[in-house]
Design a protein around this ligand. Structure first.
Ligand SMILES: [Zn+2]
Length: 1114
């Protein structure tokens, strides 16, 4: 067992030919899925799918850059894309046979696998014992119809053809052969050429003996054929020869990826599929964890006990040097640093506050190496926003799971006193740093993962083996379990199992287990992608339909490869149009469902086909759709009905439903109405009922969403609109099914298609899993209070995630139900059962064990600012629909005040009440809190849809992006060329106040979603010409398409923008803001330190907080 890392699930795509020769990630290279994020070209030409990508893009620039001299291991502070990590694999394994057939590739891993140390696990008969995966039957799942057990669900669904379907008798609105429409024959027969289901290259080859066939149904039941030669049919151009040719860089709009970059679906399992990083004891790899940037790094100030001397005190962001207590002090009004043993940051009385001395984030400039445990205890993780490389030495990588506090209060009273939240932020598929070791995959064969027989917790490094190894004590419930005979191992003199360092599950905070049959209620589902496109009049006229078709067409090549990838498509206005894409048909067959109140799916088969069978037809159709509906006069949009009908088509498999919607849904089930004067009215604070407009209008869509989730259908909605669409109601569907809302408002056919394509491409190519169930367990003494995020919850203990991806974060809150023992550890374990895009069922287990404490001061010292603040942001978003905005803002501010007051009252002995004393770890809490009260979600101004959108994305946002969304980054662009070459790509951020904005400057402010480029009114025309290519900005649209011109400044600006997009895994939309224009005023409203009509300045806010604390103290 402990067979680490069966390589490369994405087997049907040959690995990059020169990965082995290029084992180091190229620091400057963009991730594959973002390689096209240049905006320096014209909007996508909606090229004919069959033709080569247009070669006229400026492209090239950002793609295959040479690493800058003296480059650090990576640039930017965000976890880089997973693919970058893949090239490391060949270091430890023989290079794969390049270009070999998939079978060869797939079998490669097998040779690399370590055999289990106990017998026959790969080949023995499978256990028939049915144990519930999480201690009880997975909720909801058992009711699912078997998907692949027989002919597709015909019997279990109402027969759509029981009556003469009106649909098929309608003439098609496009020039298809009418005869075909009225015939049923194309669907009547069995699927042609139903080759015996062939095991997926991955699962089948890798775990051929130990794993059920991917499609367990009778051969032929599923119309599935092996991909020819394992390679997908080329999408109109030969993949090999067009690589790197057309653009000289990564393709911009869905062209084939250059060979330099691994396939995106390396991402899915890349961390798992890499060669075993630890062939021996972990210590052996230590040298690899010393990148140049780390050496010689030192930190001022003594590091107190409990903090690891070699580590940065990275849970404490900011630049203050820690004093002897690990606290920093802020000088009140003098430039000296009056250290006091008890003080945190201090801010003096109102009159004396020096704006230059108040706490502000100071970004880390060097890479932090972080070992998750040292000296037998948890180390304090680096700030989420810093650059760090993690070595998992027992606790999980903090990217995957981090707690609001790094020591856990023993009692609920202590927690309450602190005013702080106790919560985990879990991002189970967070992108790793390329230098981090992959998560290892462990196969226990038929035995399945070892678990506590009482609480069903999974084996982990904190389970203690006793009695010479014959028993182990569960670290979560304390139960003493017998060690299974096959798993027995003697203990060493240190009391640990002698094999502990060789078994990932005993020495790593995060592992994945191959799920055994007991975790399956059906065969793992295929990767199904169903595209649903609004073709109503407005959608067509605004170019949204064409943009959607183009984006889909170009993103098709990024779908996971293999026979298990299936696609389907439908369009809708006031009716729903399905298409049968069978290859045999010359033209796609359209089937219309006119009844949008009681919808059905017109066919049980042929609507969703393996992509290898229908790719060409699909591309052809996508090309035709904009023309087919060019003259469409139907303004109504049956959004809800179309989703429902698509769901019915997907019901037997589950999958991803990607909806492109452009107008307010107006007819059919789930239709909506403009609730508030086109949604444009501001919500006045005086209107006590205003927040109700941020609630879903009724339960129709929620009910629908619950049904979708039950059948593992995840919905993503791309809103390409120029009007109010009631996001409050629409977002319920993605937020319940593990999806998200994408929002393009006001949609511009000029600037938005690039974003739409990149968003779609990342959506389908990022690491992700399907039909997931997640549960978090914790030590006795605590219990899970609630989960927050985009999922469906049927039972209190588990959440169901029809889909989960690398961007999604789930917050889990805890409460005490007993005491924890001081000097003991409190354990958290997240178990995520999911299906890979290649059809393998796995359990990702993420462990975090933290010290317990009775000391309030420890809670403050070990507080995690960014995680706590993310908790506050999510709570606020959660409250927006049910609470008047002013109250939400007050709650947010009061949370901040309560925490600081507790610190002031119990943890400091400074007598002067004239000083505001901030705990070092939380000294930025007031600034972030102020920013939150001024954010789109909480400020008084703003459209309903903007606020609803903000709340919907916050629901699943990661810690890193939550901070960025609320507290944006601003940099100067006009002087990029005068910076030193060895500076990082992105200049140091400027303080967010107007003192930093000069009339002759150009600035970029980005929040992870949008980038605002502000241009002063006396900027050198040469600078304007260089950046924008025009001598005057007078006629330039605010919806900016940034092009790259042949000058140094333009190149640098584009580099910066591309790097930010890469860091954020998001294709920032650019907005031009000009001084003297409303857009310029808007830009200034984003400077959170400034006094604003609806909000205090930073200094004023500190004074306010201080006064509140003083009044509470007296
Ligand atoms: Zn237990």
């Amino acid at each position: 067992m402990a067979s680490s890392s069966p390589p490369a699930p994405p087997t049907s795509r040959p690995p990059p030919p020169f990965a082995p020769q290029n084992p180091k990630p190229v620091p400057g290279s963009l991730p594959a899925a973002f390689s096209s994020m240049q905006i320096s070209r014209a909007p996508p030409p909606f090229a004919a799918p069959g033709g080569p990508p247009p070669g006229n893009g400026p492209a090239a620039t950002s793609s295959i850059r040479a690493p800058p001299p003296g480059a650090r291991p990576f640039l930017g502070s965000l976890p880089p894309p997973p693919f970058a990590a893949r090239p490391a694999a060949p270091l430890q394994q023989p290079p794969p046979p390049f270009g070999g057939p998939p079978a060869t590739l797939a079998s490669q891993p097998q040779m690399q696998m370590q055999r289990p140390t106990f017998g026959g696990l790969l080949s023995g008969p499978r256990s028939q014992v049915q144990r519930a995966p999480f201690g009880e039957p997975p909720s909801g799942v058992p009711q699912q119809p078997p998907s692949f057990g027989g002919p597709p669900a015909a019997a279990s669904q109402p027969d759509p053809f029981s009556g003469p379907p009106a649909a098929t008798s309608q003439p098609p609105p496009f020039g298809g052969p009418p005869a075909a429409v009225s015939q049923l024959s194309p669907f009547g027969g069995p699927p042609p050429a139903a080759a015996p289901a062939q095991p997926a290259p991955i699962g089948g080859a890798l775990y051929s003996a130990a794993q059920p066939p991917p499609f367990g149904g009778p051969p032929g039941a599923v119309p599935q054929t092996a991909p020819s030669g394992g390679l997908r049919p080329p999408f109109g151009w030969p993949p090999a020869q067009s690589q790197q040719v057309q653009f000289g860089g990564p393709p911009q709009f869905g062209g084939p990826r250059p060979g330099a970059q691994p396939p995106p679906f390396g991402a899915q399992a890349a961390p798992i599929s890499q060669a075993p990083p630890f062939m021996g004891p972990p210590g052996g790899n230590a040298p690899t964890f010393v990148p140049p940037g780390w050496q010689g790094q030192s930190r001022p100030g003594a590091v107190p006990g409990g903090m690891q001397p070699s580590m940065r005190m990275s849970g404490m962001p900011g630049g203050m040097a820690p004093n002897a207590l690990g606290q920093g002090m802020l000088p009140a009004s003098t430039p000296t640093m009056p250290y006091s043993p008890h003080a945190g940051a201090q801010v003096s009385t109102p009159s004396k506050i020096d704006p230059n001395q108040i706490p502000r984030p100071i970004p880390e400039t060097s890479v932090i190496i972080f070992e998750t445990r040292q000296g037998g205890q948890a180390a304090v993780p680096p700030a989420a926003s810093s650059e760090f490389i993690v070595k998992d030495t027992g606790n999980c990588n903090p990217r995957l799971m981090r707690c609001t506090m790094n020591q856990i209060p023993c009692t609920g009273d202590l927690l309450t006193t602190s005013g702080m939240p106790l919560a985990l932020l879990v991002q189970p598929f967070a992108l790793p740093h390329p230098s981090e070791e992959p998560i290892q995959l462990v196969d226990f064969g038929d035995m399945g993962p070892i678990r506590c027989s009482r609480c069903k917790a999974y084996i982990n490094p904190f389970m203690r083996f006793i009695d010479q190894g014959k028993q182990f004590i569960c670290n979560l419930c304390g139960f003493s379990n017998d060690t299974p005979r096959e798993y027995f191992c003697n203990l060493g003199p240190d009391g640990r199992r002698r094999d502990a360092d060789d078994r990932p599950e005993l020495c790593r905070g995060t592992v994945e287990f191959i799920a055994t049959k007991e975790f399956l209620v059906r065969d793992p589902m295929p990767a199904v992608y169903f595209f649903l496109i609004d073709v109503s009049m407005n959608a067509v006229h605004t170019g949204a339909t064409a943009a959607a078709c183009s984006a889909i067409s170009q993103a098709l090549s990024d779908l996971p490869e293999g026979p298990r990838t299936m696609v389907g498509i439908a369009t809708f206005d006031s009716a729903i149009h399905f298409y049968s894409l069978k290859r045999a048909q010359q033209l796609p067959l359209m089937l219309i469902v006119p009844d949008v109140q009681d919808v059905y799916t017109p066919l049980q088969t042929d609507l969703i086909l393996p992509i290898s069978e229908c790719c060409e037809n699909l591309e052809q159709l996508l090309e035709s759709i904009p023309n087919m509906f060019e003259n469409n006069r139907v303004a109504d949009s049956a959004f809800g009905a179309a989703m429902k009908a698509s769901f019915l088509a997907m019901k037997s498999t589950g999958g991803k439903l990607l909806v492109f919607q452009s107008v307010l849904p107006s007819v059919g089930i789930g239709s909506l109405s403009a609730r508030e004067a086109d949604g444009r009215s501001n919500i006045s604070t005086a209107d006590k009922e205003a927040h109700k407009l941020l609630q879903p209008v009724d339960k129709t869509l929620k009910t629908m969403a619950l049904e979708f989730a039950e059948y593992q259908v995840c919905v993503d909605v791309f809103l390409t609109t120029q009007s109010y669409v009631d996001i409050a109601s629409i977002s319920v569907v993605p937020n319940t099914t593990g999806g998200r809302v994408y929002y393009y408002y006001p949609f511009s056919a000029l600037s938005d298609p690039a974003k739409l394509f990149n968003d779609l491409r990342w959506n389908i190519s990022r690491p992700q899993g399907f039909e997931a169930v997640m549960r978090v367990r914790c030590s006795q003494g605590l219990q899970v209070q609630d989960y927050f995020g985009n999922f469906c919850k049927r039972v209190p203990t588990d959440i169901d995630l029809p889909a989960i991806d690398s961007d999604k974060t789930i917050m889990v809150t805890f409460k005490h139900d007993d005491k924890l023992q001081e000097n003991s550890e409190c354990a958290f374990q997240c178990a995520l059962l999911y299906t890979t895009v290649f059809g393998q069922r796995r359990i990702r287990v993420i462990n975090l064990s933290l010290s317990c404490t009775n000391m309030l001061s420890n809670l403050f010292r070990y507080a995690d600012l960014e995680t706590q603040f993310t908790y506050v942001v999510k709570q606020a978003a959660n409250g927006i629909p049910s609470t008047p905005l002013s109250q939400v803002r007050d709650q947010v501010t009061n949370t901040c005040i309560s925490i600081l007051q507790s610190y002031r009252k119990y943890c400091t002995s400074v007598s002067s009440s004239g000083q505001l004393i901030l705990p070092e770890a939380l000294k930025l809490l007031p600034l972030y809190t102020l920013a939150l009260t001024k954010s789109i979600g909480l400020c008084n101004d703003g459209r309903l849809d903007d606020r609803s959108y903000w709340a919907s994305i916050v629901s699943s946002i990661s810690v890193l992006l939550a901070i960025q969304l609320v507290f944006p980054r601003m940099i100067a662009l006009h002087d990029l060329t005068s910076r030193d070459d060895d500076d990082s790509l992105i200049p140091s951020p400027l303080t967010l106040n107007s003192e930093n904005i000069h009339d002759d400057g150009v600035y970029l402010l980005e929040n992870g979603e949008d980038g605002y480029i502000y241009v002063g009114n006396s900027v050198d025309p040469v600078t304007i010409e260089q950046i924008f290519g025009v001598s005057s900005l007078a006629g330039v649209s605010n919806q900016l398409v940034l092009e790259q011109f042949d000058n140094e400044l333009s190149r640098k600006v584009n580099e910066v923008v591309n790097e930010i997009r890469r860091q954020r895994c998001s294709y920032l939309r650019l907005r031009l803001c000009k001084k003297g224009d409303p857009s310029g005023d808007f830009f200034r409203s984003l400077l959170v330190e400034d006094k604003a009509p609806g909000g205090l300045s930073y200094v004023e806010f500190l004074v306010h907080v201080h006064r509140q604390i003083q009044s509470k103290m007296t």
